[in-house]
Design a protein around this ligand. Sequence first.
Ligand code: DX5
Ligand code: ZN
Length: 221
Amino acid sequence: MSGVLIAPSVLAADLGHLADEVRSIDRAGADWIHVDVMDGRFVPEISFGPGMVRAIRKATEKPLNVHLMIVEPERSLAAYVDAGADHLLVQAEPGSTVHLHRVLSRIRELGKRPGVVIDPATPIAWIEHVLHLVDIVMVMTVNPGFGGQKFLPEMLPKIAALRALCAGRGLHPHIEVDGGQDVDTARAVVAAGADVIVAGTAIFGSADREQAIADIRSAAA
Ligand code: DX5
Ligand code: ZN
């Protein structure tokens, strides 16, 4: 599949130079900017809130792909919209929200693109009845909470099954993959049906970010 989108994860950036880091990946060819919001409850770490999203928004015009690893995202959707998020991705697990259908509908009502995220242990069946509400389904290819983890190859059949389920219903959401992605995983995830690759360490950790993005893109093609 061609036309894969690359979404560098700002979690791996040098946060002391946030605006420069965001401008650097913008210039290097990022399609979307992935922003990992962690609240210390849904996942152990605390990362960014709406203030950081607002700061990132000022540094780029690329779509902000905001991944909410938080409890009760419904309480802060408006704050992230106000801060400049374009895509709001919520975790499907009840440990995040108990009213997934309502949250996804609300994101659409707020004029933003809804996305639903499933952790490695979460079955596709859990999101079967909300697929028609979303523009993006994101499959976690590591357990969420930290950058720099190793890709879980057992997620490949899950990506393929999800793509088949969507196609069978005439639905064509982006299928985004997040965690442990690099030049070595890109071909397999795209062959399985993904079309958006999030990568933190593999891009920000590279001395030549433009080359890193180009390498992932060409490995995926
Ligand atoms: C993990 C985050 C990922 C992470 C990816 O909880 O959702 O977006 O930043 O980082 P790498 O590419 O280093 O695995
Ligand atoms: Zn993420």
